[in-house]
Design a protein around this ligand. Sequence first.
Ligand code: ATP
Length: 342
Amino acid sequence: MNHTIVMIPGDGIGPEVTGATRRILDACGAELSWIERHAGLAALENGSDVLLPEETLDTIREHGVALKGPCTTPIGGGFSSVNVALRKQLDTYAAVRPIRSLDGVKTRYEDVDIVVVRENTEGLYSGIENVITKGVITSLKVATEPACRRIAEFAFRYARSRGRKRVTAFHKANIMKLTDGLFIRCAREAHEARYPEIEYDEVIIDAGCMRIVRDPSGFDILLCENLYGDVMSDLCAGLVGGLGVTPGANFGDDANVFEAVHGTAPDIAGKNVANPLAMIMSAVMMLNHLAETRDDPSARAAAMRIRDAYNACIAARERTRDLGGSLGTSEFADAVINRLDA
Ligand code: ATP
């Protein structure tokens, strides 16, 4: 079965890590065809006059699956985030970020196995900011019942389908009584009505951060609104080796975009030093998604081959420098390809 994948190289380290990942996918026996489309500064460089061309969105809608590098988001003025706009336009409402310890990568904790489920479409990412008067600015946090319900439903459904035990909602409903209050009410209702076998609890986010860095073992699925999910993803990435090893997927009803948690990392862009593993792991999530939704066992087999190959590389200390190794981005991809048949 052949699957058409929309490849969006993105900006900064995006072209390097997506290029390395594509070489591995092409070598692993997965039957994939690629269509390249652009977003971010790369779109402007490729002749578009907007950062997120309609053609890119339409191509993803048509084929349903994209593998995406990070796009530049300037801080302060300029334009609003292309990554956020893409998620909103495609309504990929659920971000899933698995955070797992890698065998042989020494960190403070062993056997971390957490999944951050992040609401992707609203909260403070509404982008609605107003100057009330000189020196007074507001930023609007939006919570809607349909969006709170569907992300809660997604988290419990995901827990059940993966045999996971517990969903923990991270919130600040003691302060944001209406918005975060709605978020946890929807989570409670979903739990009580349809998922009684999954354990459910709630933590106030500041106390939750403290607990998770002291002992991550009690956590399983973290259900977060948009901003908390953004912060918790990076915090949890720090538990297992950093942004170079933290993959992600954005799921919607009509489109699914697989992208690493990290951004464009301009400090290391163009130097062939970025770790492509987070993007490779995102591609493995993509293959597993294809296997599940399109009933294609060969995609699952390809995913397992890639996972076995990168695990073997890590175990043999064939690593990029963020993990204490000396390989460049493309050399790490070569090492994974060399081990595909091993
Ligand atoms: P953006 O503005 O696009 O979010 P950023 O540099 O602020 O970019 P990240 O790209 O998420 O944020 O990364 C923060 C830092 O983590 C980077 O500056 C880089 O040093 C490191 N980093 C991120 N991704 C990787 C990677 N794949 N490999 C190695 N280091 C990485």
